[in-house]
Design a protein around this ligand. Structure first.
Ligand code: DLZ
Length: 158
């Protein structure tokens, strides 16, 4: 699972189809905005790089990662949206809040995939500290937003 030695934006050797025919929903959390905005931008840039028309990227923000599940549900309910990308960043604090949010979001997004039978991608950083988040939001380990976008495109041809 570790991305310590992996650049999340390196897709060499991986076939990524043109996605011009598809419409994507991106739901992103406002908590840790500096990070989530960088992830969101990475996802948009990657979708466009792979042929998606900007008008076929529908974006909504939610207050925090916990709200990604309902936000993702609303997006997935739209018949014309082919895939949804959920973006957030949960950083470990002093309490157990981190565990509750991460588990709820991971389980909630898993359920959305099955319920709506369309890709709903987990683009959520769950880090020990801010530096780990910076490293994965356009820093030395690439951008998890890029990875989430590529995952959405790939899942459309599964
Ligand atoms: C409350 C909270 C805390 C402590 N930390 C984060 C975080 O690191 N990342 C994040 O996306 N959201 C955090 N939140 C907010 C919760 O996701 C949620 O918005 C609130 O608990 C209200 O439901």
């Amino acid at each position: 699972m570790s991305s310590q030695n992996k650049n999340l934006s390196n897709f060499e050797g991986s076939e990524i189809k043109n996605a011009a025919a598809y419409k994507f929903g991106i739901v992103w959390a406002e908590w840790n905005h500096e990070i989530t905005h960088a992830l969101y931008k990475g996802a948009c840039d990657t979708l466009i790089k792979h042929g998606v028309k900007p008008e076929n990227i529908i974006s909504k923000t939610v207050p925090g990662s916990f709200e990604l599940v309902l936000g993702g549900q609303r997006m997935a309910q739209k018949a014309d949206i082919d895939a949804v990308i959920c973006i957030g960043c949960v950083i470990q604090g002093e309490t157990r809040h981190f565990d509750f949010i991460c588990n709820a979001v991971a389980n909630g997004i898993t359920d959305l995939n099955i319920k709506h039978n369309k890709p709903v991608v987990f683009g959520v950083l769950t880090t020990d500290n801010m530096q780990q988040a910076i490293d994965r939001a356009g820093g030395k380990h690439g951008n998890k937003g890029d990875e989430a976008a590529v995952t959405a495109i790939k899942m459309l041809s599964v």
